[in-house]
Design a protein around this ligand. Structure first.
Ligand code: HEC
Ligand code: HEC
Ligand code: HEC
Ligand code: HEC
Ligand code: HEC
Length: 312
């Protein structure tokens, strides 16, 4: 399957409903408490009781860390051993927050399992202790801190090195404040797809303004994320295009270089405001400026996410 097609299927929930029904009552003979069930798919370990969280998680890349096509190709179907730990991790609380997690060498298809993030020795990490709940939630303040994301998100891609230079970090804005926002219903935080495959989410990444000056279009773009824009995942790209009738299209592509590629990393740094100039030939026609986000390389412009446009 091409990455492009993969992206499309990735956006829908697939057989979620039927599998949810099938697991609603997990096997009665399994008497182990939920926090010991990391060998079972997340839906069986937790999803039957936490249906809303499960549905959200199933839409996110955390649930597809082992199965998504880009990861499969890049890791040669995970034959590369060094690629396994974070794409099928045991609990980060088990190994500590200063290193990559241990590889979960079973139930890999579940990717970043509920227990990869929540698993404690004696229960599940939670905002508060709830003595009577079957999964034994125990207050663990570190769950919500940026440090919790570190073991998987720092070692390979340096997300924290960027984050620590950001205004967000200085102001105490954590990863979850952008990526796992409180649900409007007020019953917890969304575990859903809040990354580069969600156009509404990506639109929050930048602020911009454009004007026509003497002989040029001037565009100013500011990065509002807590890291570079586009962030971490190397296949994402930011494309600025100016179309002018009767003239060649002018464009700028901002992306991370692939491994071994001789190209500058021209992505926006955290909080950076950058000005782009597009010269205008003489004449009165108006130019169309478009700010586009390409979740996959070489995606046709028409299928990219439109972050903004203006006719000047
Ligand atoms: C048999 C049903 C059941 C299973 C299975 C289960 N839970 Fe729970 N869980 C509950 C109940 C009931 C509560 C308490 C809800 C409340 O009081 O608001 C709870 C509470 C929680 C909380 C705290 C919620 C809060 O309001 O702060 C977390 C976190 C949690 N569960 C995670 C998990 C994880 C992770 C798993 C899988 C390992 C799991 N649960 C499995 C029933 C279950
Ligand atoms: C320390 C943890 C860790 C290790 C080890 C790791 N990854 Fe990842 N990987 C991540 C995280 C976190 C992401 C998501 C954010 C990102 O891309 O940085 C990711 C995302 C990816 C993606 C993007 C998938 C997509 O949805 O497009 C690919 C491809 C990938 N990894 C390949 C690899 C390869 C190849 C290796 C081994 C050489 C590897 N990973 C090892 C943590 C890890
Ligand atoms: C990437 C890490 C991560 C994964 C994976 C994850 N969670 Fe969470 N979860 C969190 C964080 C962070 C919070 C917020 C804790 C807080 O508010 O203090 C949370 C909160 C919760 C809560 C509290 C109520 C709510 O809705 O916010 C429940 C219940 C819960 N998670 C269950 C699950 C279940 C079930 C799964 C798997 C389907 C899962 N989590 C997967 C990190 C994760
Ligand atoms: C146990 C490992 C692990 C932890 C802990 C973890 N992540 Fe991830 N995360 C991953 C991996 C692996 C991927 C990439 C999956 C892929 O694309 O193959 C990922 C992907 C993501 C994405 C892209 C999701 C999407 O649906 O587009 C975001 C955003 C993200 N993580 C944020 C966070 C935040 C915020 C935290 C801390 C609360 C966190 N992660 C904790 C392993 C982890
Ligand atoms: C101020 C808000 C904000 C903060 C803080 C923030 N991010 Fe992001 N992040 C975004 C936005 C918006 C995007 C989507 C645009 C992009 O690709 O950069 C994003 C993109 C990402 C991606 C790429 C997802 C994908 O599917 O392409 C990952 C992974 C990620 N962030 C992880 C983190 C981690 C880990 C932290 C904490 C160290 C963090 N972010 C802090 C707003 C934020």
């Amino acid at each position: 399957m091409s990455p492009l097609l993969h992206g499309r299927t990735a956006l829908c929930g697939g057989l979620l409903l039927s599998s949810l029904a099938a697991f609603q009552d997990s096997s009665p003979e399994d008497t182990r408490p939920p926090h010991e069930r990391i060998d079972l798919p997340s839906i069986a370990a937790c999803g039957g009781c936490h249906e809303k969280v499960f549905r959200e998680w199933a839409e996110s890349l955390h649930s597809r860390a082992w199965t998504n096509e880009n990861a499969r190709v890049a890791t040669r179907d995970f034959q590369k051993k060094s690629c396994r730990p974070c794409h099928s991790p045991r609990s980060v609380f088990e190994t500590g927050f200063d290193r990559a997690p241990a590889y979960r060498d079973f139930n890999q298809r579940d990717g970043v399992h509920c227990l990869s993030c929540h698993g404690l020795d004696d229960g599940v990490a939670a905002a508060r202790t709830i003595p009577d709940a079957p999964c034994r939630p125990r207050r663990e303040p570190r769950l919500i801190q940026a440090e919790h994301c570190y073991p998987c998100h720092e070692p390979t891609h340096g997300a924290f090195a960027e984050y620590r230079t950001s205004d967000a970090f200085a102001l105490g804005v954590r990863c979850v404040d952008c990526h796992m926002q409180p649900r409007p219903e007020g019953d917890g935080r969304s575990h859903g797809s809040h990354g580069g495959l969600n156009p509404d989410f990506v639109r929050r990444a930048i602020a911009w303004e454009a004007e026509r000056t003497d002989g040029a279009i001037e565009l100013r773009v500011r990065n509002r994320t807590g890291h570079r824009f586009p962030g971490e995942i190397p296949s994402r790209a930011f494309l600025i295009r100016m179309d002018l009738p009767g003239h060649e299209t002018q464009s700028v592509l901002l992306r991370k270089p692939f491994r071994g590629e001789k190209r500058e990393d021209n992505r926006l740094r955290p909080d950076e405001e950058r000005t782009f100039q597009f010269p205008l030939p003489r004449g009165g026609e108006s130019a169309r400026l478009r700010l586009l986000f390409q979740p996959f390389p070489l995606l046709p412009v028409e299928e990219s996410f439109l972050l903004g446009e203006k006719t000047l």
